[in-house]
Design a binder for this molecule. Structure first.
Ligand code: FE
Ligand code: FE
Ligand code: ZN
Length: 277
């Protein structure tokens, strides 16, 4: 049985996120450790994190999938952009170690005119600064739609980042269904073929989480506009096939659809009613 959840606000604290997730019928969730648009990390009491850990264990949650701020560009050219990316990542990852064994998802960033190769080298250089041993958090690179100068619009590009990172063996990947669709991968018509391509480029064992979103645009549009489950161009059957796929069923599935907690709870219920136990 897959773990299902959505993005929750950390504004009311960590235990509060766990309780909200439970009330929604979720058994995983995603969250930002700071304002998603950047800025300082929200203060959090260690007791709050310990209380959340107890709740996760008691209710047998799957791995949580924390998310780095959207504005952070790990392969930025401007020294200030790069310095913020590295200090925010280092701070976030230090806090993640207070809740061992969770996942931390990162957009590889945008090369903004430096070219894809320089982008790949830049992401790896930032990862070399912030990854360390021993680390009990798994950092995930998210598959991107290839919008603008985004790095990570192909599985091969993510592989190149991993290969160039000293601790690359420790990195995982988070597959975003809207992003891969927008990048051109036909997860609706040929899911097995896409998973085979993923396996060839990255190894399926690297796939540690899924962002389950429909897309407002046709395949290959490079737009990155999420839609409610079944209300976009990927469609309900294809998304359900992803969530039920035997090679994926053990993973945490995070909804990033454009709705609120009540809407996500309804989507979780919709999925659970149709997924094999
Ligand atoms: Fe993301
Ligand atoms: Fe995503
Ligand atoms: Zn997106």
């Amino acid at each position: 049985m897959s773990y299902l959840g959505s993005h929750l606000s950390s504004a009311r604290g960590y235990l509060a996120m766990g309780r909200t997730a439970l009330a929604m019928g979720a058994d995983t969730f995603a969250f930002f450790l700071r304002n998603p648009r950047g800025g300082a990390a929200r203060a959090v009491a260690p007791e709050d994190i310990l209380a959340l850990r107890a709740l996760l264990e008691e209710h047998r949650f799957g791995p949580l999938v924390a998310h780095a701020p959207y504005t952070l560009n790990p392969c930025g050219k401007d020294p200030r952009v790069l310095a913020f990316a590295r200090s925010a990542l280092a701070e976030d990852l230090a806090r993640m170690e207070l809740m061992p064994g969770q996942l931390y998802n990162l957009h590889p960033g945008s090369h903004v005119g430096q070219g894809p190769d320089a982008g790949v080298r830049g992401v790896a250089a930032t990862l070399d600064v912030v990854l360390h041993e021993p680390m009990r958090t798994t950092v995930l690179l998210e598959t991107m739609s290839g919008k603008g100068s985004e790095v990570g619009g192909t599985f091969e590009e993510l592989r190149a980042v991993i290969d160039r990172t000293a601790l690359g063996d420790r990195l995982g990947v988070c597959l975003d269904t809207c992003h891969v669709w927008d990048a051109g991968y036909d997860i609706a018509g040929d899911l097995d073929g896409v998973l085979e391509a993923f396996d060839r480029a990255l190894g399926l064992s690297r796939l540690r989480a899924v962002h389950l979103n429909d897309s407002q645009y046709p395949r290959g549009s490079h737009k990155d506009r999420h839609a409610l489950l079944g209300r976009g161009c990927i469609g309900p059957d294809a998304l359900l096939a992803v969530a039920c796929h035997p090679r994926l069923r053990h993973l945490p599935f995070i909804l990033e659809t454009p709705t609120d907690d009540a809407g996500h709870a309804a989507e979780i219920q919709w999925l659970r009613e149709r997924m094999p136990v």
